[in-house]
Design a protein around this ligand. Structure first.
Ligand SMILES: Nc1ncnc2c1ncn2[C@@H]1O[C@H](COP(=O)(O)OP(=O)(O)OP(=O)(O)O)[C@@H](O)[C@H]1O
Length: 240
C-alpha cells in the first residue's frame, strides 16, 4: 500500500527544467529511500512535493491531490520535513526549538524523549552547541511531535562521523516504526539497513523504482544508476 504517489512531477527554476517527470511511490509503512547521484534532483523533488518550489504533476497523499496546495497546508495535512541543513535555531535551546515546532494541543513528547533521551537531558542547551548528529535528532524530533502521517528526511547523515551515523540510523529506524519515512540518502549502507523500497532519480527523472534490496544486490544497476559499486561502504552495525 502507498501513502504518497507522485506522478510526472516537473519543476522549472529560472527557466531551467530541473525535474522532467519524477514518479515516486512512498510506502504506507517503513522507509522508502530516494536515491541518485549528486545534482540528480532529489532535494528538488522533496521541495516540489512540499510546495516549496512551483511544480506541476500529481502528488496524491492518501489518494488526495495535493499538488495545488501551499506548504503550510501540506504541513497541516501531516507532512513533516527534516531539511538537509537541519534548520535548527542555533541561539535557542533544544526545548525552545521543539516548542516552536508544536502544532497540536498535545505534542508527542513521550515518543520524542523515548526515541531521543539525549534531547531531554540537553533540553536547556543551546542548539548551536550540539554536535551535528544531535542537531539532526532535533530536526527529526520536530517532525515527530505533531502526529505527522509522513516524515521526509533529506540526507540526515550527511557530514556526520560514522559513529554518529549509526546513532541517527537507529533513531530513524525507530521513528519509522511510528511514521512512514521518505529518506533522501547517499549512504547505501544506511539504505540497506533501513529501506524496503527505493526510487532512483537521474537527470531530473525517475530512472528506477523497486525493492531496495534488489537494487543494492545488483552491482551493475547500482553502478549505472548511482555511480557506485567498486567501493562498497562498510555495513552499519545494529545498535546502539
Ligand atoms: N535554486 C536553484 N537554481 C538553479 N538551479 C538549481 C536550484 N536548485 C537546484 N538546482 C539545480 O538542480 C539540479 C538538482 O539539484 P538538487 O539539489 O535537487 O540535487 P540533489 O540530487 O539533491 O543533489 P545533492 O545530492 O548534491 O544534494 C542541480 O543541477 C542543481 O544545480
Amino acid at each position: 500500500m502507498s501513502l504518497l504517489d507522485v506522478h510526472d512531477l516537473r519543476v522549472v527554476i529560472g527557466g531551467r527544467h530541473i525535474l522532467h517527470g519524477v514518479d515516486l511511490t512512498v510506502a504506507a509503512s517503513g522507509v522508502t529511500a530516494l536515491l541518485g547521484r549528486n545534482g540528480a534532483g532529489k532535494t528538488t523533488t522533496v521541495r516540489g512535493i512540499l510546495g516549496l518550489l512551483p511544480r506541476t504533476g500529481s502528488v496524491l497523499l492518501d489518494g488526495e491531490q495535493t499538488v495545488q496546495l501551499a506548504t503550510h497546508e501540506l504541513v497541516r495535512r501531516g507532512i513533516g520535513y527534516a531539511p538537509e541543513d537541519r534548520g535548527v535555531f542555533a541561539a535557542l535551546t533544544v526545548a525552545e526549538n521543539l516548542r516552536l515546532a508544536e502544532r497540536v494541543p498535545e505534542p508527542a513528547y513521550g515518543l520524542v524523549h523515548d526515541l531521543f533521551p539525549e534531547l531531554k537531558q540537553r533540553a536547556q542547551q543551546a542548539a548551536g552547541t550540539l554536535s551535528g548528529g544531535q542537531q539532526q535528532m532535533v530536526a527529526i524530533a520536530r517532525t515527530l511531535l505533531n502526529g505527522n502521517r509522513l516524515i521526509i528526511a533529506d540526507e540526515p547523515t550527511k557530514g556526520l562521523a560514522p559513529r554518529v551515523v549509526t546513532e541517527v540510523a537507529h533513531a530513524l529506524e525507530r521513528a519509522a516504526e511510528a511514521v512512514p519515512v521518505l529518506l533522501v540518502e547517499q549512504n547505501l549502507a544506511l539504505v540497506r539497513r533501513l529501506a524496503e523500497h527505493c526510487a532512483v532519480i537521474a537527470d531530473g527523472r525517475t530512472a528506477h523504482q523497486g525493492p531496495a534490496r534488489d537494487l543494492l544486490a545488483d552491482a551493475e544497476a547500482a553502478r549505472r544508476l548511482l555511480g557506485v559499486g567498486r567501493h562498497e561502504p562498510a555495513p552499519i552495525p545494529e545498535g546502539p
